[in-house]
Write a protein that binds this ligand. Sequence first.
Ligand code: AMP
Ligand code: ZN
Length: 473
Amino acid sequence: MEQKNILRLYNTETRKKEDIVPIDDKCIKMYTCGPTIYDFAHIGNFRTYVFEDLLRRTLKYLDYCVLQVMNITDIDDKTIKGAIKKNISLYEYTEPFRQDFFEDLTTLNIDKAEYYPKATQYIDTMIEIILNLLEKGIAYKGVDGSIYYSIDKFESYGRLSHLDLKSLKKGASHRVDLDEYEKENASDFVLWKIYDENRDGNIFWNSPFGKGRPGWHIECSAMAIKLLGNTIDIHCGGVDNIFPHHENEIAQSEAFTQERFVCHWAHSEHLIVDGKKMSKSLGNFYTLRDLLKMGYTGREVRYMLLNSHYKTQLNFTFEGLKASKNAIQRILDFVERLKSISAENGNNHVDSIIETTREKYIAALCDDLNISQALASLFDFIRDINHLIDDKKIGKNEAESVLNFLKEIDATLGIIFLEEKEKIPEVIIDAFEKRKEARKNKNFSLADELRDFISDQGYLIEDSTEGARLKKK
Ligand code: AMP
Ligand code: ZN
């Protein structure tokens, strides 16, 4: 099918805006680096996931077919450390955080990806890639017994992050076995970390190169290739993923398949606090739950994360959050006003106003997801239609057309029509949370009692692999 509107998106590798055209003429294969489930995700993480959601929703709105993978990192330095500290299995440690993550996705109205693979399910593929890299002489065994990737062996190493290769080669004589490190320490990185009883407890996998566990970077290469194929259309993440994570993903994947790994790299800028990246390590973070407890809604947080361009840093402030609340209120008041119109006669210019707004809205999104401009056209539209309502020039049919148009563009925003989700009464949410806790503590009789209470109030609990979910009966 011919693509009517083409999305132009900035490509980190070429440093240019480029058209998004599916490589195989079918679906856009999109890989998005997902959360490391060692704790709750913070709203900085969600800035990246909301950007990826806008990208996905826009592609779909523009009639592209999308196949998205978001991995779940359940093995890395942090998850292992957490499980050992609590003296529980890696699964017991990470699973509740995985479920919490899906709950947060729902609260933020983030569209579900097609696949959410967990790294622990793809160890065989990781081993297969590492064996191949060893055979090709690109990987080698270090003196410590771990397997490393030799960055000297990959000609274009550094091409994504535009690093100066000469200064990189200096560093290449070093080796790192940490999952995360800075550009200054660019060096051979670990593919398979050999088992260390003190560090790893009883968490390990067997492999032809000894007991151990995969490095973080190989996890994404394995899941991307296995689920989407050798070449993918768009690979996303936050800017901190560019180096070393995505640089290493390219090196591993292309040395393995001998094909281009990614056509288009898209990275969102950070959510910052007082000039610094919001992060767990700096302690300057809020989780979504922190903000919900303060009385903000998922919709307000979503709008705050969504409404500025993904390539500019977003400074988190409570004023910003309040401004988002007001902006949403303006849209919701408008919706209510439209719904209350009962007059028969209207103004036949409404269709052309809708058409012009649609064109502007689409043009803005097609230009590297310029959401601020897209929202500006929406607010201009609201102002113009409000004037017509003031002048009694909007009848029931026109109001209906305007509402339908709002529904149409809300496919990209995910902000306007979600009343139902936010109207679940506090007591039900409270009982739902207590039931989860009871199940965690294996207190099944209390869990059943709470389920019955919730059911009596007209709500259902749906249990699935993505965790439990509340739904109106
Ligand atoms: P992590 O769990 O640290 O691997 O991060 C998951 C995702 O969140 C990655 O794509 C990161 O780039 C992104 N991320 C982490 N911190 C921030 C932040 N402050 N602002 C935006 N994105 C972030
Ligand atoms: Zn990744």
